[in-house]
Every structure is written in structure tokens, then in C-alpha cells.
Write a protein that binds this ligand. Structure first.
Ligand SMILES: Nc1nc2c(ncn2[C@@H]2O[C@H](COP(=O)(O)OP(=O)(O)OP(=O)(O)O)[C@@H](O)[C@H]2O)c(=O)[nH]1
Ligand SMILES: [Mg+2]
Length: 253
């Protein structure tokens, strides 16, 4: 594992919806992996009190946890867009996406941040590069995920093995160029859309191997609608950019 000494000022963004069973352990393990790191929890009014648990943990442990409390469940993509806007407005250099259900091992945080420190515009915690693993998935689920990734990479000409992965670190200068109000996808499609936006702007994308475990506590919020959304949007982006040849929208100002 790479050094935990980091030069950039990173922000870990945790979207939460009913993660009361996981959030405290997530925050503890983040603090072990990157002791001084600041965290933003974007909670969509979780009825199980996730936001209060996160806030109380932060108050007891040095006040490095901020809360963005939103009224109602608005989706993963929307939560990250709000988190990115907060991080950029508050001058963080590296913005990290991470699930709050322990499927993403916080111990991998230093390697993602170090990749950005070494010049990557986007570092993706990848299951599909050598050293990456998904120990708990049945074969059909892995095939679906690999197949979706191959399809997206082929039609979008994206040189990324795991574009749907949601454990990532963005360099702020590149993230700030993306017009987030034009980013529309919600789940897996959101991850592809962000990687595609960076690749189209000539950004350097690096994949760092990770182990992606199964969720042990709490329930999944993903659905077949999210998979369908990604499939339709990827196909549309390919048609829009390869056949209709619409120009790349201007960078955000
Ligand atoms: N703020 C917010 N967070 C969400 C929303 N939907 C999901 N999340 C969070 O996003 C993260 C990923 O959601 P999951 O449901 O675990 O999705 P997944 O890991 O792709 O799917 P599984 O492998 O089935 O768990 C978790 O931390 C969720 O709590 C939402 O609408 N709003
Ligand atoms: Mg999950």
C-alpha cells in the first residue's frame, strides 16, 4: 500500500441513504486510513437517523465531518453533484467518491489519492485490472458488470476497464471543468458519464486495483431501472457524439 502522507487537500464524499448500520464504521476506517482527511456526508433524509449518527461521530472526533442534509431521496448522481459543488466551492484539491456501506475498503484511499497526486485527473478503484477482485459476486453478476463495461468502453471509445466503479478520486482542476448541470445520469450511468466527460477533455484516467466486497449490513438501493438507464444513456451518448457529432459542451466557468 502506498504512503498515507498526502500533499493535496482531499475531501471524501459519502452519499448516504439508510446507512445507520454502517456509517460509524465507515467513518472510523476512513480516519484510520487518512487520519486528517475531511468528510462530507450527503444524506437524503434517511429515516434511520444516519445523518445524526455521522454528525455525532464527527463532533466527538475532531469535527472533520460536515453534513449536507437534503430533504428527500434524490439519487446517487444528484448526491455526488451536490458534494462536488461543495468541495469545489471550499477549495479541496481532490474529491473522493466512496460508498457508505463498506463495499469500498477505506484502506485503499491512500492509493487513490496518491494517483491523483502523481498527476491523474481521475483515479478509479478498479475491479477489472490485474490485482482487482470481487470475491463475493456470483459469476452471472460479474459477467453483467464486465459486459456492461465492455459495451460502454467500445461504443464510447473509452480506455477504462471499470467505468461503472464508484470508488474514485478526482483532481479538482479537471472536475471544475465539467459542467455538472449537464450531467444527468443517476447510478452506474453517472460513473460512466463522469469518466467519459474527463476522457473527452483529454484527462488522464488511472485505474488502481481494489477488492469490491458484498454489502454485509443494510440494503441495496440499486435497481434494474438504474442498469437500464445506464444502457440507454451510453447508447445515446455514442449516437450523439459518433453519428450526430454534436460538439463537446464548453467547460464550466
Ligand atoms: N444521498 C443518497 N445516497 C444514496 C442514494 N442511493 C444510494 N445512496 C448511497 O450510495 C451508496 C451506494 O448505494 P448502494 O445501494 O450500496 O449501491 P451499490 O453498491 O451499487 O449496489 P449494491 O452492490 O447492491 O450494494 C450507498 O452509500 C448508499 O447509501 C440516494 O438517493 N441519495
Ligand atoms: Mg452498495
Amino acid at each position: 500500500m502506498a504512503s498515507t502522507v498526502v500533499d493535496v487537500k482531499p475531501l471524501v464524499i459519502l452519499p448516504t441513504y439508510n446507512e445507520a448500520e454502517n456509517i460509524v464504521e465507515v467513518l472510523e476506517r476512513i480516519a484510520q486510513a487518512l487520519p486528517q482527511v475531511e468528510v462530507l456526508v450527503v444524506d437524503d433524509g434517511s429515516p434511520d437517523g444516519t445523518a445524526d449518527l455521522a454528525e455525532a461521530w464527527g463532533a466527538e472526533h475532531g469535527g472533520r465531518v460536515s453534513l449536507l442534509r437534503r430533504g428527500a431521496k434524490a439519487g446517487l448522481g444528484s448526491a455526488y453533484r451536490a458534494g462536488f459543488a461543495y468541495g469545489l466551492a471550499n477549495s479541496y484539491d481532490a474529491l473522493i467518491e466512496m460508498d457508505s456501506d463498506l463495499q469500498h475498503d477505506p484502506a485503499a484511499l491512500p492509493s487513490l489519492v496518491n494517483a491523483v497526486e502523481s498527476g491523474a485527473d481521475l483515479a478509479i478503484g478498479s475491479r477489472y485490472v490485474p490485482g482487482g477482485h470481487i470475491p463475493d459476486w456470483p459469476r452471472h453478476r460479474e459477467w453483467l458488470s464486465r459486459g456492461g463495461n465492455r459495451y460502454a468502453a467500445a461504443v464510447l471509445r473509452l480506455q477504462v476497464r471499470d467505468a461503472t466503479a464508484g470508488f474514485r478520486c478526482y483532481a479538482a482542476p479537471m472536475l471544475s471543468r465539467i459542467p455538472l448541470d449537464l450531467v444527468i445520469a443517476d447510478g452506474y450511468g453517472f460513473q460512466i458519464e463522469m469518466a467519459y466527460n474527463i476522457a473527452r477533455r483529454g484527462g488522464r484516467i488511472v485505474e488502481v486495483p481494489i477488492t469490491f466486497s458484498d454489502r454485509e449490513r443494510g440494503t441495496s438501493k440499486m435497481s434494474s431501472r438504474i442498469v437500464f438507464e445506464a444502457l440507454v444513456l451510453v447508447t445515446w451518448w455514442a449516437v450523439r457524439d459518433r453519428i450526430l457529432r454534436r460538439p463537446l459542451p464548453a467547460d464550466a466557468s
